[in-house]
Design a protein around this ligand. Sequence first.
Ligand code: FEO
Ligand code: CA
Ligand code: CA
Length: 641
Amino acid sequence: MPKINYDELSFDDEDELKFPRDAVQDFDRVVERAVSRRGFLGGALAFGSGAAVMGAGLLNGSSAMAAQVSRFAFEQLAPQTDGTVHVPNGYNWDVLVRWGDPLFSDAPAFDPATGIPTAGSDRVFGENTDGMELFHQRGTELLVVNSEYVNGKINLPAEQEGQPASADDVTRLQNFQGVTVMEVAESDEGWDVVVDSPYTRRIHHRTPMAIDGPAAGHDLMKTAADPTGTQSLGTFNNCGSGRTPWGTYLTCEENFNGYFGTTEELSLDEVHAAGFKRYGVSTDVDPGRYNYHGYDARFDISKNPNEPHRAGYIVEIDPWNPDATPVKHTALGRFKHENAAYALAPDGRVVVYMGDDERGEYMYKWVSRDIYVPGGDTSTLLSEGQLHVAKFNDDGTGIWIGLTREDTGMTEAEIAIFTRMAGTAVSATTMDRPEWIAVNPTAVEAYCCLTNNSRRGALDDSGEIRTNAAGEPMVPNAPNPREVNRYGQIVRWRPHNDDHAASTFDWDLYVMAGNPDVYTDGLYAGTANINAGNMFNSPDGMQIDSTGLIWIQTDGDDDNEGDFLGMGNNQMLAGDPVTGEIRRFLTGPNGSEVTGLTWSADRRTMFVGIQHPGGSFPDGEGSLPRSSIVVVKRDDNALVG
Ligand code: FEO
Ligand code: CA
Ligand code: CA
């Protein structure tokens, strides 16, 4: 295989390269696809004719918009293509913290040309900021932030082309990822990280974790270093975030598969072989993106074949206790977790919505067995409950199918470890890469960004439809209606009986992104709430503020050419859930993804993440580019969310 440039390759494309999906050789499925397309077009008309499905019909959304006063406190920002951040008139931004900035006063200084050495690399803010949440108590504000992955070319000597050459290199990369807990404070000079705060903590790829839930102690979780199968080291590829009503942070392990590899040819039993294939753990003798396995045997599946089973979970962290052991909650399933969005059912049970971000994977919902009682014991609330997977019907309804022993033919531990297989067993709906889910605090509804899916309905060289990792053909379906979906959409659902724990729901598409300049009609033009002024692609991060505005962040093609002409750099937009109106609010520097959003306790500051910027953002000419969190405020210091 020719040498792979991992810095140019998305995690999804990496999986595709290593696990090319089989074409489906079944003619009946091609027919099924054609039928499905006709079905969608009928469904789309029903949608557009308005209230029949769910109220705000999208294809006639513009008349609803005109009739209502705008809820936006800003004028739309034009698309941008340069190397910095832009916000609307009347707003300002500043950098809060950059990769490599000190969290402790003994941290090494950042070298603009070489970054941070290994010694002290766990004393600085990590790279590639992602999901974040703010917690406050008695005037103290803690920002808890994920560092999703590392760019090897930035962190290692140039001649190594991004590849570790020693155990020391691996340690450095491991230290820059994971989670940071840090205190932040605002003064007359603006916001700063409180260096040496007693709350400050770096959690990385070697931090001790506890494992609980149905998979804890199972044979597939045991390793030589942990014969109990209940304690692991590290949390991996921490993508989106979540929080609990009792004030803990949830970090979500996404592309964990990429950290594992093998130094020897393998002879695997069926269970391990099937699991590695479905989850994209490479079984080739190959350094891969990180080559941890070359220097740290824990990541070598020829020596520790169960270690990958101990990653891919939702991990709970108590931000107020730096000594608390993070807990991996296997009850919430193992997949490429994007984020975790909670809601409380009317009876007090805790509901957590979660997406599995890979082409053709599924959306999940977990419901706790016990109820949340403020001030009560919450230590096992995420340990016992029922996981469900989403099935969307073409008629605008859907069902959460319980992943039970009876329906999947798997034990509870197997469902927790091989959740994707359980979803396949009950015929869940294949989705266009579920990214962030957000629950509306002002209405009983939730939204999920379906970022894109270049394989949806796409044909291979012999004219057959591409499949997902389970071998299911990715035919277009109602919530994922477009072949070769390069723009993405946001699906919205309202649970029946106004109860997030209910097993049925109604759904619609809040928006299908598109380019009405390039495609004057048809599905690639997008829904009526997309126009020449607010175009974007690949919705990914999402939060809904306390007023019910939907903040949408993008991680897509920012070359501003062809299908993407007029969209500019990745960005953050705000959407009105009622009228469907969407306006661009912020643009990131070119090369970057805008991801992660939270608010200060007084709601006068937004914290926004800028991941993998290109150029030399934010320090300017001659400096390495540095992933950063920026603070955004109104010039008049009014509320921003
Ligand atoms: Fe880490 Fe799916 O984004
Ligand atoms: Ca994301
Ligand atoms: Ca993404």
